[in-house]
Design a protein around this ligand. Structure first.
Ligand code: FMN
Length: 197
């Protein structure tokens, strides 16, 4: 199989589930939430944590990319346990994808260029949250609470990229009878396995 970075525009060379994900995302169109997925991590105390994030794209190596704030809990969760699961629901196609893999945090030092590109690609409104006080602390009415951060503003030190190297992907499609459930494993060359739903 070709490496993801060698895939062409039509997706030739991509793992089969990437094409299914792409089709589900296209079907969802501009519906709010089409790029929202849930990221589950394990806290340092061994408790599960789950929250919604925005899908930010794929790295050249085919890792799933997310953006976060170094001051949130995700980075410390991932230092203790890099194994994660993501859940992505597509309402129009009635499909669920569950994606397991190993996550790493890339902050200012190692990933300056990639972070800079992501930062410039954000909308002014999208950038604003990285200008807010420490997430999860008691509410501070003094802020600062910018509503927008304009194009050209310097990338904040607290911006971090999460790259997830996926090891197992599972799809559940509720359209057919019986429901279609299948999975792909990286160490089997993403060979498709059909499962009971
Ligand atoms: C629709 C939606 C999208 C979100 N997108 C992101 C995101 O891309 N990155 C992020 O760090 N938090 C995002 N959040 C906030 C997280 O869900 C979470 O509240 C925050 O990151 C703190 O989580 P933590 O302390 O467990 O790390 C989003 C929340 C919602 C409701």
């Amino acid at each position: 199989m070709l490496q993801p970075e060698m895939a062409d525009e039509a997706g030739v060379g991509l793992p089969p589930w990437r094409l299914l994900l792409r089709a589900a995302r296209q079907r969802e169109g501009r519906a709010p939430g089409s790029g929202w997925l849930q990221l589950a991590t394990m806290s340092a105390e061994g408790c599960p944590r789950v929250r919604t994030l925005v899908f930010r794209g794929w790295s050249a190596q085919g890792e799933l990319e997310l953006l976060t704030d170094t001051r949130s809990e995700k980075p410390s969760d991932l230092l203790h346990q890099p194994r994660v699961e993501l859940c992505w629901l597509f309402r129009k196609t009635r499909e669920q994808f569950r994606l397991r893999g190993l996550a790493r945090i890339i902050d200012g030092e190692q990933g300056r260029e990639a972070l800079e590109q992501h930062w410039q690609r954000l909308t002014p409104r999208g950038r604003a949250v990285w200008g807010w006080p420490q997430p999860g602390e008691g509410f501070n009415p003094e802020g600062p609470w910018p509503e927008q951060i304009p194009d050209g503003a310097p990338k904040p030190e607290v911006l971090a990229l999460i790259r997830v190297k996926l090891e197992r992907v599972e799809q559940l499609d509720l359209k057919p009878h019986p429901h279609l459930r299948r999975c792909w494993l990286r160490d089997q060359g993403w060979l498709e396995q059909h499962l009971n739903p």
